[in-house]
Ligand binder design. Structure first.
Ligand SMILES: [Zn+2]
Length: 47
């Protein structure tokens, strides 16, 4: 508990990765985020 990347993404936003709803960090391991939300393949990328 209490482990999160705090906004420092360790992966790119892609399908199957997770994005923290709380601090917006992205990781492929949901255990690294405080509020992981799985990224769907249809989610738009920022350019
Ligand atoms: Zn977080």
């Amino acid at each position: 508990m209490g482990s999160c990347l705090k906004g420092k993404s360790e992966a790119t936003a892609k399908a199957g990765a997770y994005k923290c709803k709380h601090c917006k960090a992205i990781s492929e391991k949901k255990g690294h985020l405080c509020e992981p939300k799985k990224i769907k393949k249809d989610e738009k990328k920022k350019s």
